[in-house]
Ligand binder design. Structure first.
Ligand code: NAD
Ligand code: DAU
Length: 340
């Protein structure tokens, strides 16, 4: 049985991926390493802990800790490493650019060193479409050969990690893949991100803070579709290759926010236009022909269906939402939105 080390598995995409893997592939053991930052929530996998005694194990640790990860990889006889761990929020990276560098760059490099030393069968780096920068309204979507042009401290740190991953492949023959997906949405997403933040505020009749004029476009993908794509790349991705993953669902922020209000039967008057994000990327759009043509993957969940399911999940799990709204989150919210 193969053993897969998943980093950042208590976060949004990581916990969805672990659930997906355990439900679909019994031939794998999962070792989850997470530092449990504000974004890592053990509640996300509480039921999994109990159900999958043999095939799932959690360790609280930092991916920057070479000695710990190195020993763990040998102890658990790890075959694959999938690196989800990151400081993932653009606004936090603007408030404090340094936070991204340790985990997103140094952490990734530490894992690459472990992977190299232990002759890991595949190192899969979970990256983002943001490394390509921003598109104009009429530009063609990003392909894997679009040049890297990151605009935020967050995306610059993710692009740096991608370059290190490539370098370990070219220089040391480390077997790698990189996935670059567009904006994910779905259950267990921390409410600092657009969709859960708007759902939470709307449910509480609080203003919905839309940056600038709300004209920015994101290409939304349901997290389950992304998990399926990641598994395809883990199993069948050609060594050394990068794969774009997109949802074929481009939408302006303002239209998305109005959809949420409509589903929740709340008035558009809750929308408040606030000062724009500095360096705000205008548009992301993913061309996913490569993974579709070579690995036979395409997104299955339409945005309208996915949004409906997501809102239902947050309505059914209001306890989860209330529990993650900690003092730290309220302080963060006040600082970011207080005088916008
Ligand atoms: P998230 O912020 O929800 O979760 C990140 C997880 O990493 C948390 O559990 C956190 O505790 C953990 N972590 C942070 N620093 C760590 C460290 N030093 N050591 C160990 N664990 C650490 O993020 P997410 O939205 O689930 O994103 C996961 C990955 O996918 C990230 O690499 C992100 O860049 C990438 N990505 C995200 C999206 C998206 O829309 N959310 C889209 C494309 C790519
Ligand atoms: O594209 C992939 C990326 O998507 C990932 O790499 C990042 O980890 C993830 O955070 C996400 O980045 P974005 O900046 O696109 O996501 P966010 O949810 O922060 O914002 C989505 C859009 O909504 C963006 O145009 C900014 C806008 N926005 C966001 C917030 C939080 C608002 O208008 N108001 C808000 O309060």
């Amino acid at each position: 049985m193969k053993v897969c080390l998943v980093t950042g598995g208590m976060g949004f995409i990581g916990c969805n991926f672990i659930r997906f893997l355990l439900e679909t592939n019994e031939e794998i053991r999962i070792i989850n390493v997470d530092k449990l930052t504000y974004a890592g929530n053990p509640e996300n996998l509480k039921d999994i802990d109990k159900t999958y005694d043999f095939s799932y194990k959690f360790y609280k640790a930092d991916i920057c800790d070479f000695d710990f990860i190195d020993k763990l990889v040998r102890k658990e006889t790890v075959n694959f490493i999938i690196n989800f761990a990151a400081e993932s929020h653009v606004d936090r990276s603007i408030d404090n650019p340094s936070i991204c560098c340790d985990t997103n760059i140094f952490g990734a490099q530490t894992l690459l060193n472990v992977a190299r030393k232990n002759k890991i069968e595949k190192f899969l780096q979970i990256s983002t479409d943001e490394v390509y920068g921003s598109l104009g309204f009429e530009d063609p979507a990003f392909t894997e050969i679009t040049s890297l042009s990151p605009n935020s401290p967050y995306s610059a740190s993710k692009a740096s990690a991608d370059l290190l991953v490539r370098a370990y492949y070219k220089t040391f023959d480390l077997p790698i893949n990189i996935t670059r997906s567009s904006n994910n949405y779905g259950p267990y997403q921390f409410p600092e991100k657009l969709i859960p933040l708007m759902i939470h505020n709307a449910l509480n009749d609080k203003p919905l803070p839309v940056y600038g004029e709300g004209i920015n476009i994101r290409d939304w993908i349901h997290v389950k579709d992304n998990c399926e794509a990641i598994l395809q790349v883990l199993n069948y991705g050609k060594i050394g290759e990068i794969y774009n993953i997109g949802g074929d669902s481009e939408l302006q922020n303002i239209d998305l926010v109005k959809k949420i209000l409509k589903i929740l039967d709340k008035p558009d008057s809750l929308i408040t236009f606030v000062k724009d994000r500095p360096g705000h990327d205008l548009r992301y759009a993913i061309n996913h022909e490569k993974i579709t043509n070579t690995l036979n993957w395409e997104p299955k969940i339409s945005f309208d269906k996915g949004l409906e399911l997501t809102i239902k999940w947050y309505l059914d799990n209001q306890n989860w939402l209330d529990n993650v709204i900690s003092k730290e989150y309220l302080k963060y919210y006040e600082k970011l939105y207080g005088n916008r």
